[in-house]
Design a protein around this ligand. Structure first.
Ligand code: PLP
Length: 395
């Protein structure tokens, strides 16, 4: 059997769901008015704008006015952190973690340049956050804790509820980057102690170019994009109607598919993972096997180069990743796996498979058919084929 494209890189981006594309198309052609206009050709679109917001709010179980549209997850992350820092200039300390996405992690140098302190909390071998270290890091200058909901490379879920309570007990804001959680697991903002939450449409089946920030009612925050009065003066810029409508429809699609995501998709992920662990020697799961989003598997395959494996998989039309898209491009070993203390022999050979509701059992069977042979060939070429080899090279 052969396939045109077995797409197992859904944490990087997802296919646009056909119904999402269909919903947005009129707004790319005949429905081109500006929702702020007085005349009905534009103004009538306010209704579409707000309907989409209601759908997103339903997915998050929050009030629609708490949802602000942005252009992507990275903008939401920048908005959350910079917006709070600008609103509370007297507070000079931010706490985050060593395993955040670059959209959070790479803001640290900017804040340090402005004279703020940034503390990054460590994780253990399974990717779990050190909560004692987190508590000890909070002081009278701490403005906010920013910790991701689910890690993009391993899928590990963080104890968001616990972290939120710790933050609020100390009068500290809590932001969570939920870009890898929204659409994969149920979220309930009415019962989560979270002030700000980032998400991104293209991780749950919209095209790239739309995201959002949940802002709990009453949270003081400065706009990141300063302009007109759109989004209740929280984000300037004429609304991106086609993509906003797309995200509304994608939120409905995600809500409808949450059960399948946690049922069929989880079973396919587990089948793939168990197949790899039993068919290929010297392999292990990176992260906490129990506490993960249902679509993600990060597997350490000792004694191979992850990039070589990706190229070989590509020849079979299988798309996977060695970690975050940015880390794949840079050939630097992933900062997430390094923070977890994954050994040298597998950190370079770690591969992330991330599934979606569009994957099938036949695809997983095909991957399990071809992968063992590919790994065997690569290991034959590798200078390191066992721990003894590694020790002989003095590494
Ligand atoms: N945060 C996390 C955890 C992510 O995985 C990503 C994208 O991979 C982002 C933020 C950035 O989202 P976007 O690509 O929409 O800017």
């Amino acid at each position: 059997m052969s396939f045109e494209n077995i797409y197992l890189d859904n944490n990087a981006t997802t296919m646009t769901a056909p119904e999402v594309l269909e919903a947005m198309l009129p707004f790319l052609s005949e429905k081109y008015g500006n929702p702020s206009s007085m005349y009905s050709f534009g103004g009538a679109m306010q209704k579409d704008l707000e309907q989409a917001r209601e759908k997103v709010a339903e997915l998050l179980n929050c009030h629609p006015t708490e949802v602000v549209y942005t252009s992507c997850g990275s903008e939401s992350d920048n908005f959350a952190l910079r917006g709070l820092v600008d609103a509370y200039p007297e507070k000079r300390h931010i706490i985050t973690t060593k395993v955040e996405h670059p959209a959070i992690k790479n803001q640290a140098p900017y804040f340090r340049k402005k004279g703020l302190r940034v503390t990054e909390i460590s994780v253990d071998r399974k990717g779990a956050l050190n909560l004692d270290e987190l508590r000890a890091a909070i002081d009278h200058e701490t403005l906010l804790i920013s910790c991701m909901y689910a890690n993009n490379e391993t899928g590990v879920i963080f104890p968001v509820e616990q972290i939120g309570h710790i933050a609020h007990e100390h009068g500290v804001f809590f932001h969570t980057d939920a870009v890898q959680a929204v659409g994969k697991i149920p979220l309930d903002m009415q019962n989560l102690p979270v002030d700000l939450l980032s998400f991104s449409g293209h991780k749950f089946h919209t095209p790239k170019g739309i995201g959002g920030l949940y802002i709990r009612r009453g949270t003081k925050i400065r706009p990141f994009i300063i302009g007109g009065h759109q989004e209740r003066s929280r984000r300037g810029g004429t609304e991106n109607m086609p993509y906003i409508v797309a995200m509304g429809r994608a939120a409905e699609f995600a809500a409808r598919n949450l059960e399948e995501e946690n049922g069929r998709v989880r079973r396919l992920r587990d089948k793939l993972e168990q197949g790899i662990l039993t068919k290929i020697e010297h392999t292990e799961i990176n992260g906490d096997p129990e506490n993960r989003v249902p679509n993600t598997s990060n597997i350490g395959i000792h004694f191979i180069e992850g990039e070589a494996l990706l190229l070989a998989l590509d020849k079979h039309h299988i798309a996977a990743s060695t970690g975050s898209a940015c880390a794949s491009g840079s050939l630097q070993p992933s900062h997430v796996l390094r923070a977890m203390g994954i050994p040298f022999t597998s950190v370079h050979g770690s591969v992330r498979f991330s599934l979606s509701v569009f994957n099938t059992e036949e695809e997983i069977d095909y991957v399990l058919d071809v992968l063992p042979g590919i790994v065997e060939q690569l290991r034959e070429l590798s200078p390191f084929q066992s721990m003894e080899d590694v020790e002989a090279f003095g590494i």
